[in-house]
Design a protein. Structure first.
Length: 76
């Protein structure tokens, strides 16, 4: 078939997983294939991305960040 490739769709470089509930809820942040830390708010997501060398970070761009289990305002 013309135009069909075996390539996987590209994954955004940052994945923010759903909220883990507890005394201080958090979301796990993944860059590439590895977990880079825990975020308690959007500032933590940006900080972790910058520490990994990603700059600038557009939290509204689905090509940059995939929010799982809620959007950038879901922290509880």
């Amino acid at each position: 078939m013309e135009g069909v490739t075996d390539e996987k769709p590209s994954q955004p470089p940052i994945i923010v997983w759903g909220v883990t509930h507890g005394d201080r809820p958090f979301r796990t942040v993944q860059l590439g294939d590895g977990t880079v830390g825990l975020a308690h708010d959007i500032t933590d997501v940006v900080r972790l991305a910058y520490a990994a060398g990603l700059s600038p970070v557009d939290l509204d761009d689905p090509a940059t960040v995939r929010w799982v289990g809620g959007d950038k305002y879901t922290w509880t």
